[in-house]
Design a protein around this ligand. Structure first.
Ligand SMILES: Nc1ncnc2c1ncn2[C@@H]1O[C@H](COP(=O)(O)OP(=O)(O)O)[C@@H](O)[C@H]1O
Ligand SMILES: [Mg+2]
Length: 266
């Protein structure tokens, strides 16, 4: 074979290898995901975003989270929103009041893509406000790639599963995060609790932000009040001397919560 022929041959073999790898990847992920999602992951692999997709960190109501590696050996969390779920009907109100998603078209697929994009945008916004969240890498349709919080393929535990040594300190860290969320990012998390905060290297890290809304959302104050109640309830149960719910609301927003804000039921 001439040099040129050898080179062509190498290229062909390489392509074939990639295809073989794709086929194997596809086999693994096709058993879990629909064809479109599988193809999307292969695309992200060929685009140099994901090198490997590994074990499942969590199977949630709306999404599964997988561990992965990037091409610089960095650990990634790959959140894949399920394209078939009834949960999304309930979530409509978090998108409806958000001017960032005005042009959004109805339909389950579109809704889920919007939901994933919303989480990505919210992560970006929080990161810019220097709030500790998983750094977002990319979002494409129903797949969101972000920084993996944890080490050596061990995901950081949720706050609810940690025996905090200095619960007082963690409480004030969480309160500071809520303040920055409000003041710097102008966002309300709207599902904040010990279930959506990871604890890593002695610091709380906020996750699961797809439902977070801008402050001008019609229910923003009610969502904030609910977040405050959750956080105070959790830390009170650890015998932390928390602010009262009203005090913390006032500290964050500058005004006391109205009776209406306190009584909204979702
Ligand atoms: N960036 C991340 N790094 C490590 N683990 C994560 C990350 N994001 C999510 N997880 C894990 O996956 C679980 C589900 O993620 P979450 O965003 O809360 O989705 P949902 O609650 O809607 O299923 C979390 O409780 C957490 O254990
Ligand atoms: Mg969650």
């Amino acid at each position: 074979m001439s040099k040129k022929e050898t080179a062509d041959f190498d290229v062909r073999i390489d392509k074939e290898r990639i295809r073989e790898k794709d086929r194997n990847t596809l086999k693994v992920i096709e058993s879990v995901f629909d064809f479109q999602t599988s193809m999307l992951i292969v695309k992200l692999m060929n685009n140099g975003i994901i090198k490997d997709i590994g074990f499942c960190v969590s199977t949630g109501k709306e999404a599964n989270v997988y561990h992965g590696f990037g091409y610089k050996k960095e650990e990634l969390a790959i959140k894949i929103y399920r394209t078939t779920t009834a949960e999304f009907k309930r979530n409509w109100m978090y998108v409806e009041g958000d001017p960032r998603f005005k042009g959004y078209k109805k339909g389950t697929y579109n809704f889920i893509y919007t939901w994933a994009r919303k989480e990505f945008k919210n992560l970006k916004r929080m990161e810019s406000a220097k709030i500790r969240v998983p750094s977002p890498v990319i979002v494409n349709k129903n797949v969101l790639v972000m920084e993996f919080i944890g080490k050596n393929q061990n995901a950081a535990p949720l706050l609810k599963d940690v025996k905090l040594k200095k619960a007082n300190k963690t409480y004030s860290q969480v309160v500071d995060m809520m303040l920055s969320l409000y003041e710097e990012a102008n966002l309300i998390h709207a599902d904040l609790s010990e279930y959506n905060i990871l604890y890593h290297e002695k610091n709380p890290i906020i996750i699961d932000v797809s439902q977070a809304v801008l402050m001008d959302h019609p229910y923003a104050s009610a969502f904030l009040y609910r977040d405050i109640v959750n956080i105070n309830r959790y830390f009170s149960s650890l015998r932390v001397e928390t602010y009262t719910d009203e005090e913390l609301f006032e500290q964050i927003t500058g005004t006391l919560p109205s009776p209406k804000v306190k009584s909204v039921e979702f």
